[in-house]
Ligand binder design. Structure first.
Ligand code: V47
Ligand code: SF4
Length: 374
């Protein structure tokens, strides 16, 4: 959609929304109050048209994906986040899984000769899988396949590992980097607000700790992602507060690649009584994230959670990245009732999905270097 068509939609709005829309069209950063107004009063056609405009200014029709697979070392976890359908407490560990370093290396070896560029390692916080266990694993993976980018461990896992090893965040992060860790995924952020965090995931690292770990990684030259779990008990102001803290950190370091809104799924967890948000709300979150987070290069829709058709639709609401092939190697969403029970798409399917909605598929590596254009 061109500038004139979006300006027409902006001009049809009430004065307060028109002001925000005009700022965005002129490339001016919106304030927290204006972000909040978009959640409160902005219709999906309005925020969607603006987000699509910004997305096309930044990336044209390009839509990124990568070839990746996940390793989930364990779902045994010392924490008990109420939204989590995936973890099992240590006392019930026979109901879960615990992979040895060799079993994980075998997973990596099963991709020998294949064009995957990234392994995403993330799981529960197991009291016996410590910093040195993972340091050895990283070294073994790098020795076997030096070209594979290792994106691993949420700030929640890292906080626990570092504290247990009695190392500072700076020391722990430097150790993992020297062992082969390339970047961090965005998980564990949930909602930074302390009161909401207390109600949904009281015992794990707080917002400040999460941000400190990512800032430390950025200072070591590593890139990271950021997520936001939305659509549970948080209010609009908590979403803006969460994104404000990310935007401020990004202003200081520039180390974030991608923001990934994660819709709360209520299957088989302690929060099953909380209804899930509808699609209009979901797409508004993607769109407003694109508008508010002006310093984040990419907004990602994680297709195993959204489902393929909705991921396609999200490309019209500010999203420019739909993650990767995944190859049925993750369980965190399927266990919470997401559409995709066995998430796997080959490159051809991903390319077709993107082309069907008239976007340009581009295979990227983790750092958004172009691998192949289709
Ligand atoms: O932090 C857990 C979320 C996250 C539920 O960085 C749930 O590229 C919804 O962060 N409903 C982990 N969400 C996954 C994650 C991720 C995924 C894909 C790519 C990247 C990346 C990061 O999953 C957790 C939590 O916010 N989660 N349970 C649930 N019931
Ligand atoms: Fe553990 Fe992560 Fe589940 Fe929380 S969301 S219980 S930290 S696996």
């Amino acid at each position: 959609m061109n500038h004139a068509s979006v300006a027409k939609i902006v001009n049809e709005q009430s004065d307060d929304l028109k002001n925000v829309g005009t700022k965005i069209l002129n490339g001016i950063r919106i304030s927290d109050k204006e972000g909040l107004l978009l959640f409160q009063k902005g219709s999906l056609p309005f925020v969607g048209a603006l987000a699509n405009y910004v997305r096309e200014q930044k990336h044209g029709d390009v839509t990124y994906f990568n070839r990746n697979f996940h390793i989930e070392p364990t779902n045994v976890c010392v924490y008990s986040c109420h939204f989590c359908a995936y973890s099992r407490l240590y006392a019930k560990r026979e109901e879960g899984w615990e992979l040895t370093a060799d079993q994980m290396l075998d997973i990596v070896k099963s991709y020998d000769g294949k064009p995957e560029t990234e392994v995403h390692i993330v799981g529960g916080v197991h009291p016996k899988m410590n910093l040195y266990f993972f340091g050895d694993l990283l070294k073994k993976i790098k020795a076997h396949r030096p070209d594979l980018h290792i994106k691993g461990f949420t700030a929640v896992e890292l906080d626990y590992m570092f504290r247990k090893a009695k190392l500072s965040v700076e020391e722990g992060m430097a150790f993992l980097k020297s062992s082969g860790l390339d970047s961090l995924p965005g998980g564990g952020a949930e909602i930074f607000d302390a009161e909401i965090r207390e109600q949904i995931c009281a015992d794990k690292v707080d917002g400040e700790g999460w941000l400190h770990i990512h800032e430390t990684a950025h200072k070591l030259g590593m890139h990271t992602n950021a997520t936001m779990l939305f659509g549970h008990i948080e209010r609009y102001e908590h979403r803006i507060d969460h994104m404000r803290q990310l935007r401020e950190l990004q202003d200081r370091t520039g180390g974030f690649n991608t923001f990934i809104p994660l819709k709360f799924r209520n299957g088989d967890n302690d929060m099953s009584h909380v209804p899930e948000t509808g699609l209009i709300e979901d797409f508004k979150v993607y769109a407003i994230a694109r508008l508010y987070l002006d310093n984040f290069p990419h907004i990602k829709a994680y297709w195993p959670m959204l489902g393929r058709k909705n991921a396609q639709l999200s490309l019209a609401f500010g999203v420019d990245d739909i993650d990767g092939t995944i190859d049925d190697t993750t369980k965190i969403y399927s266990m919470a009732g997401a559409e995709e029970q066995h998430p796997s798409m080959n490159t051809e399917e991903l390319v077709t999905l993107i082309k069907q909605v008239h976007r340009q598929p581009v295979e990227r590596d983790t750092l958004y270097n172009v691998v192949q254009t289709f």
